[in-house]
Design a protein around this ligand. Structure first.
Ligand code: FAD
Ligand code: EPU
Length: 265
């Protein structure tokens, strides 16, 4: 196990966040040790806004045995979802195409029930292994309270492995579906971001609402409402969490939107 002081801006896709102690957990033994004191779990950092002051708790990152996979068996929570989407397709399995383009780790994708209008993680799960209170427990997806971009994991629960629900399908059919999902993402920015900042209100697109209010291009420091998609806040280079918080506040003064991101601490 590696324990190091890091800046979380180097571990989040938005590129924002202060210091923390990063525990890279590679074995079950590591996991037991790392969870002896208060902790948070970091996935791929693609749905996080971490404050500039950083976080006082240990930040756990799954690697080693938690980042290996067998598509017909258990898949580690530390595996990158984009890799899994490509690999399942390559091996002729259907079930994850709708998740194309989501830069999560499997564990973070489960926690957020990440998805697109083509499908969400909960639909692709057969079972989820969660470590809590010092033991591993296996859950069925219907036990985990999945909803739109949310789940109800046991308190302090760490997703360690999942079993996927996949079907063998002709490669051509899988590729066609992936191309469709890819096309639907074309309007999303390539710059540093944490995906959509706000949840879509029922029946509406937060991005469209922000766009219609003329808020695209609104900027605080190096944090800016993307010109391409209103629900993305992009880091133009040196944005701080303070910049991002101020920008979120200005948007929420105009529109009553609920944040999709998780804020640390
Ligand atoms: P993190 O951001 O690291 O963490 C998010 C939460 O999950 C935290 O609470 C963390 O503690 C928890 N967590 C992480 N790993 C574990 C674990 N092993 N066990 C328990 N809890 C854990 N999201 C969508 O839903 N749809 C999209 O189309 C989409 N597109 C995106 C596009 C871009 C360019 C970006 C940057 C983001 C996008 N997102 C999208 C947002 C983001 O990818 C998802 O919310 C994703 O599920 C976050 O996963 P992560 O591994 O990065 O988790
Ligand atoms: N639109 C605008 N202006 C904008 C943005 C969007 O007019 O600035 C319009 C689009 O033209 C489209 C409609 O609004 O007609 C919906 O836009 P889009 O297809 O981009 O979908 P979205 O509702 O904004 C949702 C998810 C995305 C996911 C896409 C694709 C949420 C909050 N967002 O976006 O997920 O990738 O659908 O399925 O649910 C995320 O959760 O982080 C995320 C990126």
């Amino acid at each position: 196990m590696r324990v190091e002081r890091v800046l979380l801006k180097d571990y989040t896709t938005l590129g924002v966040g202060g210091p923390a102690e990063l525990w890279t957990v590679e074995t079950q033994e590591d996991l037991l040790k790392a969870t002896e004191a208060p902790y948070r779990v970091l996935g791929n950092g693609s749905n996080l806004l971490v404050m500039d002051e950083g976080v006082p708790e240990r930040v756990l990152r799954l690697a080693g045995e938690f980042a290996t996979y067998d598509l017909k068996g258990w898949v580690g929570a530390g595996v990158l979802l984009p890799l899994l989407v490509q690999e399942t397709a390559r091996q002729g399995f259907s079930g994850l195409e709708g998740l194309l383009g989501i830069p999560a780790q499997v564990g973070g994708a489960v926690k957020m029930n990440a998805g697109t209008r083509f499908g969400e993680v909960a639909d692709a799960l057969e079972a989820v292994e969660i470590f809590h209170e010092g033991r591993f427990h296996v859950y069925l997806p219907q036990e985990l309270g999945f909803g739109y971009r949310q789940s109800r994991l046991p308190p302090g629960g760490i997703v360690t492995r999942v079993r996927l629900k996949l079907k063998e399908r002709p490669l051509e059919e899988i590729r066609r579906r992936m191309a469709e999902v890819d096309a639907a993402r074309k309007g999303q920015p390539k710059r540093k971001s944490a995906g959509c900042a706000f949840k879509n209100p029922p029946g509406h697109s937060a991005g469209r609402l922000i766009d219609e209010r003329g808020l695209k291009g609104l900027r605080v420091g190096d944090a800016m409402v993307s010109l391409e998609h209103g629900n993305f806040i992009v880091n133009l280079g040196k944005a701080t969490a303070k910049d991002v918080v101020e920008l979120l506040k200005r948007i929420q003064e105009e529109l009553p939107l609920e944040l999709e991101w998780e804020v640390w601490p």
